[in-house]
Design a protein around this ligand. Structure first.
Ligand code: DQA
Length: 148
């Protein structure tokens, strides 16, 4: 069907070791492999990137928008809560973006209750652990096939 970009933001390279009560015990590589298997079973090719740097994430969003990606799965990490630059990058492209958070941000500190990016995405999945990435992929698959 086409290419889908999976972008994970700051500190998500620490999954598996980082606060497992919030983020689970799988590593980012485990999660990426599982999402890639689901993607290929649906006929998509998954490209995965992780960066701790805001500008790199913005460049990847631009790249996905201009090089034929059918959709983006994005966990912006803590940038979710304050990066107007990532929000503007999402707004600058036509590619659908699904925002994912492993933890239920609404059940945590109040600064995590605000997402400055969610309003410019197609939708947001929170609190379902790594399964949220698979749900995001299923949603993008429907959007790409025009059955949403
Ligand atoms: C997170 C939630 C954010 O508040 C936090 O800063 C993260 C991970 C999540 O996936 O639950 O880094 O995006």
């Amino acid at each position: 069907m086409g290419k889908i970009m999976l972008i994970n933001g700051p500190n998500l390279n620490m999954l598996g070791k980082r606060e497992p009560d919030h983020y689970g015990s799988k590593t980012l590589l485990d999660i990426e492999k599982e999402v890639a298997i689901l993607a290929s079973s649906l006929g998509h090719e998954l490209e995965c990137i992780q960066s701790n740097h805001e500008g790199v994430i913005i460049d990847q969003i631009h790249k996905s928008g201009s090089s034929g990606f059918g959709g983006i799965i994005l966990n912006p990490g803590a940038f979710t809560h304050y990066s107007y630059a990532i929000r503007d990058a999402i707004s600058s492209i036509n590619t659908p973006v699904i925002e994912v958070h492993l933890s239920n941000v609404h059940a945590r500190e109040s600064f995590r209750h605000t997402s400055v990016t969610a309003a410019v995405t197609k939708g947001q999945i929170v609190g379902l652990g790594d399964y949220g990435y698979q749900l995001a992929l299923l949603a993008l698959d429907r959007i790409i096939r025009g059955i949403h």
